[in-house]
Design a protein around this ligand. Sequence first.
Ligand SMILES: Cc1cc2nc3c(=O)[nH]c(=O)nc-3n(C[C@H](O)[C@H](O)[C@H](O)COP(=O)(O)OP(=O)(O)OC[C@H]3O[C@@H](n4cnc5c(N)ncnc54)[C@H](O)[C@@H]3O)c2cc1C
Length: 827
Amino acid sequence: MTERMLDDSISATSFDPEAADGEISDRAQVVVVGGGVIGSSIAFHLTQIGITDVLLLERHRIASGTSWHAAGLVARVRGSHPLTELSNYGVDLYAGLADVTGVDVHFRPTGSLTLAENAARVRELAYTAAIARHHGIEARWLEPNEVPQVWPIASTEGLLGALLQPGDATVNPGHAALGLAKAAHDGGATIREGIRVEELALDGRTVAGVRTSRGDVEAETVVLACGLWTRDLAATVGVPAPLYAAEHVHVSTEPIDGVHDLLPLMRALDGYFYARHHAGGLMVGTFEPNGRPRPTGSLPDDWSFGEFGPDWEHFTPVRENAERRIPGLREATFTRFLRAPESFTPDANFCLGEAAEVRNLYVAAGFNSQGIIYAPGAGRALAEWIRGGAPRFDASEVDVRRFASSQANERYLKERTKEALGRLYAMHWPFLQPTTARGVRRSPLHERLAAAGGCFGEMVQWERANWFAPKGVEPTYDYSFDRQNWFPSSAAEHRAAREAVALFDLSSFAKVRVSGPDALALLQRVCSNDVDVASGRVVYTLLLNEGGGIENDGTVTRLDDERFLLITAAATQHRTLGWLRRYGEGMACTIADATSGLATLAVMGPRSRDVLSPLTATDLGNASFPFFTAREIQVANAPALAIRASFVGELGWELYVPSEFSIHVHDALFEAGADAGLRHAGYHALDSLRIEKGFVHVGHDVGPTDDPFSAGLERFVRTEKDHVGAEALRGREHSPPPRRLVGVKLHDPEPLLLHGESVIADGRIAGTVMSGAYAHTLGSAAGLAFVDATLLDDPELPVEVDVAGTLVEAELSTRPFYDPDGSRSRA
Ligand SMILES: Cc1cc2nc3c(=O)[nH]c(=O)nc-3n(C[C@H](O)[C@H](O)[C@H](O)COP(=O)(O)OP(=O)(O)OC[C@H]3O[C@@H](n4cnc5c(N)ncnc54)[C@H](O)[C@@H]3O)c2cc1C
């Protein structure tokens, strides 16, 4: 075999747009841009739900972008329940696609075998098996000596076992895209090749259509499913779609003895490779840890069925791993080296849904080498999203609005993409933090927190102290599936907030000033709670979608008649602003992002009043500064908006301090707080505190598919008011919801809860843990779980939680386990 070490000559088939299909109509209900597997699936699923006025525009040929050269592995189980729902549906759809369309997608029900070469991987796969169990998908653990029964030509050296998932399969990816396009066509959609969308047309903040190489098309809805080209097209109308291409590789061999087309696809995660049957030989592909980003500009404009030449040098470490596990590869002749681009995102999850900035403009791109797996599920989900205006599955992990707009920065994406590719096969540790492109957004207190031993995690580019290492301890993560190295430090921070006082730097909170004559009207429209309160009052509220689902939550502080401060979680900055601007269009008010200008120092704990009082002339007593009120005060030599509220369930104040004063205030607090035992506390402690107090985290515990009644948040909804979502909820106030969000607490003090664990009652799966943490005050792990409401009828019913295969006794509660009456916050 001739192996060129590196050949960057791009090969591609040229395409003559003049030879393309005929005329296009000048309007369509939905225009889908991009005829890869994703766009084709969206078009098909739209027709399935009755939207047939669909025009799919592909600038070259169907599948000519990335879809044609995928390896075609399709899997049922993913790392979370919502994504497993999508992928599981996908395998079933591919299995039957040929019967419906006549396009043979080469579906082979091979099953898969995921190898574990170390103890941590065995644990990780136990979590995978638990997700499979939850969805009724078969997954069976094999001991090393059983592996040769399904993979006779694999070496078992160093293996600790493997997870066999008989439901997985392989397809021909190009045919899969064609099959879906054919199904879309059969369903009534119009598919046009050789037509490039050159621009997006807007009418204010709403999409109005597309400008194409064959003229303009008006549309109510436009979907950007243009693969790695999506970011650039979205950016033309100010929509961030943070994805970046990386080179992706698989190689194929001539026939090998023992390989057949039902040989399970092998995932050797610890060796960063997979292997599947291919024409009697093997196709070996990689998710290497040192991915190679590829700027879109380096691809020719007419890229179609394109690929780069071979690069054996980069592939060599993976090839060696593969040869160790499959010794027959050493003698095999490689016939094909496929190196081509695929797009990756900063958190290795795809981008789906309506853009925050432009109404009716949807994104479906950035599939992190899982686009074949997800195409059917994501296509169906997006079609339903378009029809209903909101997702019908828990889209938190993939919602395009989860990113900060700054994450569309190309340099940042390029750096992160080196890591994002390998992340698919690297250990999926709990609390895993990225290592590339760090340090982009820092709180003004960052250096103080670092000096105090802060160990930082990343959230929408913010560096946030998750825990503080005591003197002499390195502030770095030592990952494991058991208690990690930060457990004792975080426990001490947790206890400080419960028993004394702790300072949390919450500067990453999203803060928006809404002011002007229509400020109240806008907030009354988007907030479920009544925010027409006296100046100085603080209101906790939900932000619902038109269907009554929970999009967001936060507090609104009324500063005076026409000025309000809305505070939401850091990760929602982008969507909060988009939401306000959307509903505030044409209203006489200013929506100003105050996130960067205000640092947030949260002084929390029973001794917080003792720490703050010497620094301010303001009376902090209960009578003059009650719970859920706010005042402009002086703290030491600085101004601050002090809000008496608490996400940890204790007496406390959040101080919103202009950034330039924040270090001064921080230092003054520590000087004044020495006797009271003030210490820094991080986000891990914040999470364990809020979970044992039963405070809901939107995005983790609840989302757009959940209504306030199921979430136990009905007291924050005023359906008599004309707010977004009110109409959908009216009349439902008195019907008991079929599922309820409740507290869950393990009886055994040892095991941990992460998220996604199944709740078992009466021998059946009756719920899911949405978020979990170690509840240090309660002395065991606790969480919030959605369960069948019928479980709550019988308090004596024994309940267990499936913690990666071990059933642990637990109890449920509709009231917070800690301080159910909330008296501590009001102290
Ligand atoms: C080597 C390799 C192996 C892979 N293996 C797997 C696997 O085993 N399993 C798996 O699930 N995934 C795999 N993938 C990933 C998978 O191929 C992609 O996630 C998927 O194909 C993405 O589909 P798409 O429709 O988003 O993008 P594309 O297929 O790139 O489609 C986008 C289309 O949009 C068109 N377009 C762009 N701009 C415009 C415009 N302005 N106007 C009109 N049309 C436009 C393009 O021409 C293109 O055809 C692999 C990828 C690679 C590179």
